[in-house]
Design a protein around this ligand. Structure first.
Ligand code: DLZ
Length: 157
């Protein structure tokens, strides 16, 4: 795990931005950390937000698509996928990533990608924005989504 190359954190203005946080239910302790981190970042930016839970990471893309259809300006997608002894890890990870990317491109609206793909639970605890974590991936995903809202508005005029 490394923060090398990560951009410097600067406050982003989310006033008037409607965000839906979609979060999977697998690996709940880590997921709760991601959700809390995303909510902290959205509150700090002044964005409006609500939380929707889905059964697993595979379902995040469909929920994101529905959030955009309902008028969301941005989505923050949060999930935890831990490698098991089966090929399921690769299938779920790839489908989740590809699905979210497709939904964002089809909608022309940003999805902050806060899906952790991990070898073990400890890696997730290290990244979940919990008191002993080194990283806060939920907050990073929320911050990225808000920055993209502003950037896209600037580009589209
Ligand atoms: C099936 C499955 C497996 C093996 N592992 C995870 C995981 O680590 N994290 C996660 O978010 N979801 C997992 N799932 C569930 C799938 O995402 C999906 O919810 C189910 O296959 C039902 O469609």
């Amino acid at each position: 795990m490394s923060k090398a190359g990560a951009p410097q954190a600067q406050q982003v203005d989310g006033t008037g931005v409607e965000v839906v946080v979609v979060a999977a239910r697998w690996h709940e302790a880590i997921s709760q950390g991601l959700i809390a981190g995303a909510q902290r970042a959205l509150d700090a930016a002044g964005a409006s937000h609500r939380l929707v839970r889905v059964p697993g990471s595979f379902e995040l893309a469909l929920a994101a698509q529905a959030a955009f259809a309902g008028g969301a300006d941005a989505v923050v997608a949060l999930g935890v996928i831990i490698r098991g002894g089966t090929p399921h890890f690769e299938y779920v990870s790839a489908a989740t990533t590809d699905g979210l990317n497709r939904v964002a491109l089809d909608a022309g609206r940003p999805i902050g990608f806060g899906v952790l793909t991990l070898d073990d639970e400890q890696q997730g605890l290290d990244r979940a924005g919990l008191p002993r974590s080194q990283e806060d991936k939920g907050a990073e995903a929320a911050d990225a989504a808000l920055r993209m809202v502003g950037l896209l508005r600037g580009l589209r005029g």
